[in-house]
Design a protein around this ligand. Structure first.
Ligand code: PA5
Length: 466
């Protein structure tokens, strides 16, 4: 059973003409979608959009599996050092597929190393992490496509020093794997000089589109997940989205409806709300994909457009007690994607007790899965009754194949949305600007001029802080 996309409650007949779409609205995208599809396929054929073809890279997958088998046998802890697209997919896969308390299980019970992904270069977080790992039994996967991201490279230097002091210079390479560009960058250079094992990030795959490359698949394989099934799911979704018939294409329908709802109905916020803790970090992964790809100042012709829909992640049922009041009655400026699960991996029956108490009796004899699913339906009804457009992604179950489908669907949706907005969904000039400012403030050579300008701005601003 494939991932299901249900757009019933995005439509005007469900949420009213002021907030929902008609078939005719969606039909206005048919011609544009054909052109965007053709353009994306041309760029794909020219080798620019490698994410489409990751599911068929069986050679790459075999190399990942081989290295993962070897690594998992010789470590009890696996640490991924990366940030943004080089971390969020890893976290999302582990949260979706792993035991919710994986790192707390005994080694026999967990059957895979403990996994840590300290993406933030926070001195307290990293110091605490170093306290709970034994470097001699740890492999560090340094993941940076560019090899120049300050956060990741700072972590790398911290870890390299730690390893030098604990396992010794001669054994450094046994504790490091670099995932980086196959030819360029400082990590590639160091790996070549020091024979550190590496896996490639294909140059044609952008950072936030690389979860199905070695970036996401290697940690997944080390943790023992079936990466072939994940790729099969992604491949099936890619084939499903090869049609230019908008009405049969879940990715184009999702993005098309979102873009129309923003432009025509003022839905500037896209809430993704899984009703499953295991899917929580898929929403976080999507948040980066949608924000960094679509939030752009210029269109492809260089006109100032300042577009992008703000993605928000929420979790059902937790956020019913935090955010849903706002979603149901606050500004009607959001489109919601609820994520539902049909078959839970575990049951957790609720034992009947206090059967004479009305407020408890209805729960006894039921199951936590049934409760959570009911809450998802209840939110759908509440949103719809209050004219809040919402759609639903249904996971028949949470497993590798459906996670793979989700990743590919959202990547294709993002590429399509970029086409509808007429912006470049594959660059991130705003992020690069931040990276350059960081280099300047951290005194990196070659950034003196920028440093001077920033220091002046900061001095000026300091006068205003009380
Ligand atoms: O999508 C992107 O390109 C970014 O979010 C990158 O993934 C992030 O900045 C990390 O870059 P790198 O892998 O080069 O360290």
């Amino acid at each position: 059973m494939a991932l299901k996309f249900d757009l019933t409650h995005l439509m005007a007949d469900a949420v009213g003409p002021q907030h929902g779409l008609t078939d005719e609205d969606l039909d206005t995208l048919v011609g544009k979608t054909k052109r965007i599809h053709a353009d994306l396929q041309t760029r794909r054929a020219a080798g620019e959009l490698g994410f489409y073809d990751l599911p068929s890279d069986s050679e790459g997958a075999a190399a990942i599996r081989a290295m993962a088998t070897e690594v998992r046998d010789r470590c009890d802890t696996f640490v991924v050092l990366g940030i943004g697209g080089s971390a969020l997919g890893v976290i999302a896969v582990q949260t979706a597929l792993g035991h919710a308390f994986h790192n707390l299980l005994s080694p026999e019970r967990r059957g895979a190393p403990r996994l840590f992904v300290p993406d933030n270069p926070d001195p307290e977080l990293t110091s605490d992490l170093l306290e709970v790992i034994d470097p001699k039994a740890t492999v560090f996967n340094v993941v940076s496509k560019s090899g120049s991201t300050a956060e990741t490279m700072a972590h790398y230097l911290v870890i390299r020093d730690l390893l030098r002091r604990t396992v010794g210079e001669a054994k450094l390479r046994d504790h490091l794997v670099f995932t980086t560009d196959p030819e360029k960058g400082i990590l590639r250079k160091i790996a070549d000089e020091e024979s550190i094992p590496t896996l490639p990030v294909p140059p044609s795959v952008g950072g936030r589109f690389c979860v199905l490359s070695a970036v996401g698949l290697f940690p997944a394989a080390v943790m023992g997940y079936d990466i072939d099934a994940m790729l099969e799911g992604a491949g099936a979704m890619e084939r499903r989205c090869a049609t230019t018939n908008l009405w049969d294409n879940p990715a184009y329908l999702h993005s098309g409806a979102h873009m129309l709802l923003q432009r025509e109905r003022g839905k500037h916020i896209a809430v993704m709300m899984p009703y499953a803790s295991a899917l929580r970090d898929l929403a976080d992964w999507f948040r980066q994909l949608w924000a960094e790809s679509l939030g752009k100042r210029h269109d492809v012709e260089g006109n100032v457009v300042e577009v992008g829909q703000t993605p928000v992640k929420a979790l059902g049922a937790t956020d019913q007690h935090s955010q849903v009041q706002l979603y149901v009655e606050g500004p009607n400026d959001k489109v919601h994607t609820l994520m539902a699960v049909e078959n839970w991996r575990h049951q957790c029956p609720i034992p009947p007790d206090h059967t004479d108490e009305e407020s408890l009796a209805y729960l006894g004899g039921s199951d936590l899965g049934k409760l959570l699913s009911a809450e998802q339906v209840a939110t759908e009804i509440a949103l719809t009754n209050n004219q809040r457009p919402n759609c639903k992604l249904v996971f028949p179950q949470i497993d590798e194949a459906h996670i793979g489908e989700f990743f590919m669907m959202m990547e294709i949706a993002t590429a399509h949305a970029g086409g509808l907005l007429r912006i470049n969904a594959f660059d991130q000039p705003g992020v690069e600007e931040g990276k350059i400012a960081t280099y300047a403030l951290m005194d990196r050579a070659g950034f003196a001029e920028k440093r001077g300008t920033l220091k002046k701005i900061l001095a000026e601003e300091a006068r205003r802080s009380i």
